[in-house]
Design a protein around this ligand. Sequence first.
Ligand code: SF4
Length: 357
Amino acid sequence: MASVYQQLKEALAHEPAFRLRQIQAAWFDEHVHGYSEISTLPVGLREALAAFPWMSVVTHTLLISKQDNTRKALLKLGDGQYIETVIMGRRSLKVTDATGALDRYTICVSSQAGCPMRCVFCATGKQGFKRNLSAQEIVDQYRFSTDILRPEGARVANMVFMGQGEPLLNYQNVKEATKILLANTDLGETKITVSTAGVPSVMEQVLTDDFPPVRWAISLHSAIEESRKEIMPSNKPGFLEFLVKWANTYHVRFPSRTHFIGLEYIMLGGVNDDEAHLQALIALARRMPHIRINLIPYNSISDEPVDNKTIFARTSSERIEYWHATLMNAGFTSTIRYSQGQDIAAACGQLKNTAQV
Ligand code: SF4
């Protein structure tokens, strides 16, 4: 079944290309609430589009963390599928501009309903893959978040593709959504981060085509090929060598200081947190220019063993601190990223449509 966005584009097939751009601009106008209200469109076209839903996502459930005010929304799509969007609770920054104090938040958006990558620590991966999201369904997660934050005098300042799905397996729609957001919001290229578990053929495409120069985060989780394959069954043989070459080429293409590559590392007790893994990470990272290493304490997703594997344990705080200090001493920029919204299963790796009934 064609997505609502595809149907909208088909309805515009005989219109000049700028009509779609006018519609996309109107999506972000807080004073417009439907296609019939877009004053830049001819009356006949407004009437023809009036029946289209103004938002392609509908709120099913909104959970609010008591720990840190993180909001996790279970959103229903037009065909009955569900996705999740997280508004991180901790304010990233508080600034004052002409309109007064503004609270600025980071949102975590989904690119697919479910995910086919099957990372063993991830709740989404265990749900399986349902389908790719349309560009509008991605954009509408931003619009939904803005609608939540606006009454609070707050706004979206950063967006990360770290919700459900592997963005590079939905490349064209992620690219289109990113371009729409860059053209119509105050999100800049360095305020959008695309996180990937690694799809080499598409990563190569990123270096040569017109994908906007946003920030990239690589879900690494092990710098030892065999154990990465255990943790991330989608790992392609030779991926780590590919990653080194890709990062070096990326740096040549985008040498600016703002275009560092994030290496994400979920620390799984007894799985990828021993000295051998630490030294392998250092050795790999030394071959990659301009990177930042984010250590992520594991967030429990289940009380049950899954796929015949034992339940993962969280690496101790002492060990995480040791890794962090060792990486810093080795000259890397590194952070420990404590996830927000753990009490509502909104933290990294926990998204699995939990409020769905
Ligand atoms: S961690 Fe990301 S890529 Fe891996 S299964 Fe979960 S959603 Fe998919």
